[in-house]
Write a protein that binds this ligand. Structure first.
Ligand code: IPM
Ligand code: MN
Length: 360
């Protein structure tokens, strides 16, 4: 590798990241715009560039073209450093089973974004519904297989003999890598990992998951492992959330537990997520946990905090840790001042401005 020459123009030394922006449907547009403004400001302050390219892929796009993204959509996205997504779904026009399987889910699977990371903690000034305010849970959801594998089918449709199957598929590679990822995260935190199954009822896949947990745990004897059934940990997240730290779960269990996580942190407007492939050769994707919220779309009242927080996770993944911290401090300053702390009270614009003025 050649060394940078000191007589090169300064611009060529400035780091630049290519970001694919997919606002998607409903409030996805509002919250992506908000997050992008904040991220651009944090980049300016941090001395690097974010180059955004917007893609109109959405249910609107489906109505015009008959597909959620073009046939070479994945190939197009592979040229980007990261993807910032708003929300996908507009069920009055396009069934969710079509829109999600045409855009969000293939991106997760094709780029093997196998770790869906979802932090659940209360921001300053936000009052959750629980008695406890001292929790900090990092949910790591398997994101490419399990109950979302898409294996199954329907026969004898529309008859009394109709059969529908949906087979959950768990591979050793898939289960081992998500657990390993969880253990690595646990090492950077409180060294506690909760592995979630339902092995008392599901005797094949979930017993397998328990076994793999035990095998992988041998490489992490500094991490304390607990095994929970999904129903029991759901109750624990309400009654004693402070007793949990890293929680690793399958695709569907993780999906459900992270809406619960969102609820205890004050609502879906605060729940961020990162779909990560830790091997940086393909883009990872960052999106709020919430959906397109048709009931409040275009009202200008969506809470952009989950999307902005997801953007901070993107900066961290890109290696811009300082800028990621700046964005998080911006969010915390805004909520600490009481802006965006009560669902539905402040407008998207008001919350965005409060975060922006606290950033840089
Ligand atoms: C999520 C969403 C998606 C999921 C839906 C929209 C397919 O609920 O990101 O949590 O189940 O993964
Ligand atoms: Mn969900």
């Amino acid at each position: 590798m050649t060394k940078p020459r000191h007589d090169q123009p300064k611009e060529s030394l400035v780091k630049s990241y290519k970001i694919a922006l997919i606002p998607g449907d409903g409030i996805g547009r509002d919250v992506t715009d908000a997050a992008w403004q904040v991220l651009k400001k944090a980049a300016d302050a941090g001395g690097f560039l974010l180059e955004g390219t917007e893609f109109p892929w959405s249910c609107e796009y489906y109505k015009e073209t008959g597909e959620m993204m073009p046939a070479d959509g994945i190939e197009i996205l592979s040229g980007y450093d990261a993807i910032l997504l708003g929300a996908v779904g507009w069920p009055v026009d396009v069934p969710d089973s079509v829109s999600l399987h045409g855009l969000l889910l293939p991106i997760r699977k094709r780029f093997a974004q196998y770790a869906n990371i979802r932090p659940h903690r209360l921001l300053p000034g936000v009052q959750g519904p629980l008695r406890s305010d001292g929790f900090d849970i990092l949910c790591i959801r398997e994101n490419t297989e399990g109950e979302y594998s898409g294996a199954g089918g329907r026969i004898h449709s529309g008859t009394a003999n109709e059969v529908a199957t949906e087979t959950a598929i768990f591979t050793r590679t898939g289960v081992e890598r998500i657990l390993r990822f969880g253990f690595e995260q646990a090492r950077t935190r409180k060294k506690k990992l909760a592995s979630v199954t339902k092995s008392n009822a599901q005797k094949h896949s979930m017993v397998f998951w328990d076994e793999v947990t035990q095998e992988v745990a041998k490489d992490y004897d500094d991490v304390e492992v607990s095994h929970y059934h999904v129903d029991a940990i759901a109750a624990r997240m309400v009654i004693a959330p402070e007793s949990l730290d890293v929680v690793v779960a399958s695709n569907l269990f993780g999906d459900i537990l992270t809406d619960l996580g969102a609820a205890i942190q004050g609502g879906l407007g605060y729940a961020a997520s990162a779909n990560i492939n830790p091997d940086h050769s393909v883009p990872s994707m960052f999106e709020p946990v919430h959906g397109s919220a048709p009931d409040i779309a275009h009202l200008g009242t969506a809470n952009p905090i989950a999307a902005i927080w997801s953007g901070a996770m993107m900066l961290e993944h890109l290696g811009e840790e300082q800028a990621a911290r700046t964005v998080m401090q911006g969010i915390e300053t805004a909520t600490g001042q009481g802006v965006g702390t009560i669902p539905g009270k402040d407008r998207t614009e008001t919350i965005t401005q409060a975060v922006l003025s606290a950033v840089g």
